[in-house]
Design a protein around this ligand. Structure first.
Ligand code: FAD
Length: 352
């Protein structure tokens, strides 16, 4: 079967890139092993201003409008919402954070993202915020599971999805690309953290990070907003909350651990005790495909130029992927520049 693109991986990266290419009339086949992945586990949080110094994410001013527009288009196509916009309350940990937030409030480019600052302790019912908090705007979360399920159904209906595990030794490169009966013009690896064992792309400087998330049911807790206090709480509905996420660069496995659970519950206890006593209905873990320079890995293999990678979206896939999939599709089809190209690492990391 002759096709344009064989996409390996139906996480958020492979899915949004495939959607983009199919909408531009390309013949695409997506292969995925169907297992739980980082995208399904992710909270999908979009939070443009983070860290102790309240720093705006790189390129958020164009990434965010593209993401919102893209998720709205997908919502209208599939007739359900995927991106839930909700204010976020960032609880201050100390006086330095209050000062940093004050400074940002004076900067005009932070205006769309920061709201009122409240220094009064205990002004939030049930929530312990001794240093007060600041309201953040343009925040929300993507219902990644629902979106991936709809896209999978769509790909199946277009006969461009197969559930299978690709073994690298089954990929033929010369004289032409081939996997089983499929002969693509290009293979694009969207394998998330599994790329670290891909023989063609494992030289890229990934810096993987495991994360664990709890889903908690509590019948009487109530939250209007997302909370961020180093960790975060997302109210999914009146009684269901997601709490996350741990960040672990050492234990790179997909196992949910007691250590992860205890650290999340402890952190929750310090700010919102009633919820920490709720019923844990799910405990998930997976691995973020983070990179050393915190930028995605996009582009073609230096010698096998028909093999490409679209990966490295770290902890910000929901914000970054709509823009990067459009730009990578432009690069593939219109010879535009590749965004965040891997050729920045050829000289330092690639050995033929
Ligand atoms: C705990 C946790 C919390 C997170 N929270 C957030 C958040 O709040 N906001 C945010 O934006 N991001 C978050 N992320 C990060 C987000 O998940 C990633 O940025 C994004 O989902 C990565 O998508 P991906 O498609 O590159 O990888 P994945 O979602 O891992 O998808 C890769 C797919 O490829 C498949 N695959 C790999 N190799 C093969 C093979 N050989 N054959 C067949 N299939 C294969 C895998 O099974 C998988 O389905 C979080 C991640 C974790 C782990």
């Amino acid at each position: 079967m002759d096709i344009d693109y064989l996409i390996i991986g139906q996480g958020l990266a492979g899915s949004l890139l495939a959607w983009e290419l199919i909408n531009r009339n390309c013949k695409v086949m997506i292969i995925d092993n169907g297992l739980e992945n980082a995208s399904k586990v992710a909270a999908g949080l979009i939070n443009p201003v983070t860290g102790q110094r309240f720093v705006k994410s790189i390129d958020v001013d164009h990434l965010l409008p593209t993401a919102k527009k893209h998720y709205a288009e997908l919502a209208s196509f599939f007739k359900q919402s995927f991106y839930i916009e909700k204010p976020l309350l960032r609880l201050f940990k100390n006086a330095n954070e209050i000062e940093a937030a004050h400074k940002r409030l004076e900067q005009s480019d932070y205006q769309p993202y920061l709201g009122s600052l409240n220094r009064a302790a205990n002004s939030l019912e049930d929530i312990s915020a001794p240093f007060g908090f600041i309201e953040q705007h343009n925040t929300g979360y993507l219902l990644t599971n629902n979106l991936l399920a709809c896209l999978k159904e769509f790909f199946i209906s277009k006969q461009c999805y197969q559930q299978a595990t690709i073994h690298y030794q089954d990929i033929q490169i010369q004289p032409m690309l081939k996997w089983k009966h499929i002969t693509p013009k290009r293979i694009i690896f969207c394998e998330g953290y599994h790329a670290s064992s891909n023989p063609w792309f494992n030289w890229l400087p990934f810096q993987l990070a495991k994360g664990e998330i709890l889903t908690v049911h509590h019948s009487s807790s109530h939250l209007e907003n997302i909370l961020n206090f180093g960790n975060w709480v997302i109210p999914l509905d009146e009684h269901l909350f997601r709490i996350g996420a741990t960040f672990d660069r050492d234990n790179l496995n997909e196992l949910s651990s007691d250590l992860g659970k205890v650290s999340l519950i402890k952190s929750l206890q310090s700010i919102y005790r009633p919820l920490s006593e709720g019923n844990i209905v799910k405990h998930q873990a997976n691995i973020r495909p983070c990179t050393l320079d915190k930028q995605p890995f996009i582009g073609h293999h230096p010698t096998h130029t028909k093999l490409s990678i679209f990966n490295g979206f770290g902890a910000k896939g929901s914000l970054q992927l709509p823009w990067y999939s459009q730009k990578f599709a432009d690069a593939l089809l219109k010879e535009a520049d590749i965004p965040s190209p891997i050729n920045r690492h050829y000289a330092t990391h690639f050995t033929a």
